[in-house]
Design a protein around this ligand. Structure first.
Ligand SMILES: [Zn+2]
Length: 255
């Protein structure tokens, strides 16, 4: 649900929708840096949502046990198979680019419990400046606004599909950025598969991403193949993951 009505009004609307379904526990995926232990959200667009104790507020409003995680983590949980014992990397491509890593035993956590910001790995040659202070971040290469910008710069206006099909220099530059990101993540994390979710992967995935086994000559140090996949649940992966989280909360387990 998009927070378009301000913080309190949106929470009321979410609570009404949730309570009508009579759950016993709730799982939430939310974008932006957040503290899973306190449910405190540091910064989410719009600014009305900055520095809010979203987890606590929503739990109190619902009168139900609740756990909140980063939205990419929620999508990752939605895409995992039962007993998944090998590492899996998930990238969500939408209004931004998020990432989450399953280590084979649990969700990867950075220092102090912080979530890694995979979307801010720089991959695009001579890319535009990013709010994080770097240039050409993966987020700009693959998020919806970034794709629109690249299409427009290449003379295709808002026609992202035409841009991706064109084989123009901008499209080739984007392909190199995707290859660079895959090589970087493959060598750094060695996942068994990289799963791409989010609305942009749904809409442009076949033109944008080299799904399937990565050719061995691209990753010669890997002993076995790496597979790039589309999220099974598409843009709904986060909802499936939130449901899985809610079941774990109800059963007193941590995911
Ligand atoms: Zn950045």
């Amino acid at each position: 649900m998009l927070p378009t009505e301000g913080y309190a009004a949106t929470l009321d609307r979410v609570a009404e929708w949730v309570l009508a379904r009579r759950p016993v526990a709730v799982g939430v995926g939310c974008r932006g840096p957040l503290d899973e232990e306190t449910g405190f959200v540091e910064c989410v667009t719009p600014t009305d949502w900055h520095e809010r104790p979203l987890g606590g507020d929503l739990s109190r409003l619902l009168g139900l046990p609740l756990r909140i995680v980063n939205d990419a983590d929620a999508a990752l949980l939605g895409e995992l198979g039962e007993g998944e014992s090998e590492p899996v990397l998930l990238l969500t491509l939408g209004t931004g680019v998020g990432g989450a890593l399953w280590t084979g035993e649990g969700r990867y956590r950075g220092a102090f419990g912080e979530h890694p910001e995979i979307g801010h790995v720089p991959v695009l040659e001579d890319g535009p400046p990013c709010a994080c202070g770097l240039r050409g971040c993966l987020e700009h290469a693959l998020c919806r606004g970034g794709l629109l910008h690249q299409a427009d710069q290449a003379g295709f206006g808002a026609d992202v599909e035409g841009f991706l099909r064109s084989g123009c220099e901008g499209a080739l530059r984007l392909r190199r950025a995707v290859e660079r990101a895959v090589a970087l993540f493959a060598h750094a994390y060695r996942p068994s598969r990289i799963v791409f979710g989010g609305g942009v992967a749904d809409e442009f995935g076949d033109l944008l991403l080299p799904f399937g086994e990565v050719p061995r000559d691209r990753l010669p140090f890997l002993q076995r193949p790496l597979v790039l996949e589309r999220a099974r649940h598409g843009n709904w992966a986060g909802a499936y993951g939130a449901a899985r989280l809610a079941i774990a909360v109800a059963e007193g387990r941590r995911l």
